[in-house]
Design a protein around this ligand. Structure first.
Ligand code: HEC
Ligand code: HEC
Ligand code: HEC
Ligand code: HEC
Length: 293
């Protein structure tokens, strides 16, 4: 469990070198930090799968959106690092300006997808204020991508913002991409976005086994979970109902239950104790093939 937490933290931390690479850095340390970030992200994925096989469920096409965003982030990071590697870069792009534009575009994608991933996992960035702070940090990182032209390079002129950027004839496109990504960060803020990002694009066919320890929840009023006993929605088991095609369900089963179960475990109402945030999938989902001993 500790390694899972550590890997995740590493991945979050590694956002900094990726996005905030400022001019004070030499090109070499910039590249070096990129490789480090890629290694940390790969370690994060590798360790998670190794310690908790249920995680594989989130690598399938039925994975929720924030996990897909995480995969996209990894892809963007790999692109940034590999295609930025000098021999490959020179082969792919004849003009440096084209490389620059592609590199900054991928960096924008990386910052946004990482934000979607981190904010939705709700683990290290938790609660409204932390979320806002993290998104602000991402916004700063995005804005930092807009490198100004160094002052001695050109004769000073009174020209619009575009001319002051370093991207030459791509300046308008780069500016649009950065501002677009900046705007796209905003919808990530309301907590409802977390539920939406936990929805998959593709519905799963089979259930994933859940090993729910009823005994441990004695302290909680039945009705808090079995809302159907009072509001007249029926008398089925949770999943029979929440996995059905009822049209009044606003959210899919996974998004609904992960938000519900994990929500109480993380922010328990007063008077409840004995639980921390449940981390590994396996604490709730019995190991895939074999049952829990
Ligand atoms: C923390 C939430 C929670 C609390 C509190 C809770 N339950 Fe449950 N209960 C569940 C879940 C989850 C299931 C699993 C049902 C499923 O798989 O669909 C379940 C299953 C059941 C079932 C079997 C239903 C079926 O058709 O499979 C019964 C009966 C039941 N609970 C009664 C109670 C009673 C009585 C209380 C209060 C003493 C209570 N529960 C408290 C969450 C809760
Ligand atoms: C007979 C159908 C049915 C059963 C059984 C059922 N639900 Fe629901 N549940 C609904 C409907 C319908 C809604 C409202 C639509 C929505 O939020 O998607 C809902 C909403 C919810 C919500 C969101 C409430 C809110 O205010 O946003 C939670 C959480 C939830 N159910 C948990 C459970 C749990 C846990 C169980 C089992 C212990 C359960 N449900 C059993 C039909 C059911
Ligand atoms: C209202 C708060 C609340 C909700 C909702 C809730 N839990 Fe819990 N859960 C607890 C508490 C409190 C404990 C610790 C009980 C103890 O150990 O004394 C616990 C313990 C557990 C444990 C054991 C954890 C461990 O480390 O041993 C599991 C697994 C679990 N819950 C799963 C679930 C699942 C699955 C759901 C959703 C269906 C759920 N819980 C919903 C409060 C909640
Ligand atoms: C706090 C308990 C808890 C934890 C931790 C948890 N889940 Fe779940 N998960 C649930 C519950 C409850 C459901 C919905 C009920 C069901 O499917 O029986 C669910 C549903 C799902 C579903 C959808 C299953 C379906 O029937 O469509 C997937 C996929 C899933 N979880 C994957 C994961 C993965 C991967 C992890 C670890 C990263 C994880 N879960 C961690 C409780 C948990």
């Amino acid at each position: 469990m500790a390694s899972v937490a550590l890997c995740l933290m590493l991945c979050v931390l590694s956002v900094r070198p990726r996005s905030g690479a400022n001019q004070a850095f030499s090109l070499r340390s910039h590249e070096w930090l990129g490789w480090l970030a890629l290694a940390a992200a790969l370690l994060h994925v590798g360790c998670l799968i190794a310690t908790d096989p249920v995680v594989i469920e989130h690598l399938k096409p039925t994975a929720p959106r924030y996990e897909l965003a995480g995969m996209l982030a990894l892809g963007a990071l790999a692109f940034l690092v590999l295609a930025g590697h000098a021999p490959i870069r020179q082969r792919l792009w004849l003009r440096h300006r084209n490389f620059q534009a592609a590199h900054v575009g991928a960096a924008c994608l990386l910052v946004w997808t990482t934000a979607a991933h981190v904010v939705t996992t709700d683990r290290y960035v938790h609660g409204a204020s932390q979320r806002a702070a993290y998104l602000l940090l991402s916004a700063v990182a995005l804005l930092a991508l807009l490198r100004p032209r160094s002052s001695h390079a050109q004769v000073r002129q009174t020209r619009p913002v575009l001319a002051s950027l370093v991207f030459g004839r791509h300046s308008a496109i780069v500016l649009a991409i950065v501002l677009g990504s900046l705007g796209a960060l905003l919808p990530l803020d309301p907590s409802g976005a977390i539920v939406a990002l936990r929805e998959p694009f593709l519905r799963r066919d089979e259930r994933l086994v859940v090993d729910f320890p009823h005994d441990l929840h004695r302290a909680i009023n039945c009705i808090q979970c079995h809302h159907n006993y009072t509001d007249g929605t029926g008398g089925d088991s949770c999943v029979a109902c929440h996995r059905s095609r009822r049209t009044d369900l606003r959210v899919g089963v996974e998004a609904r239950f992960h938000t519900f179960c994990l929500g109480c475990h993380r922010d328990p109402p007063g008077g409840l104790s004995g639980h921390g945030p449940v981390t590994g999938c396996r604490s709730c989902h019995a190991p895939l093939a074999a049952g829990r001993e």
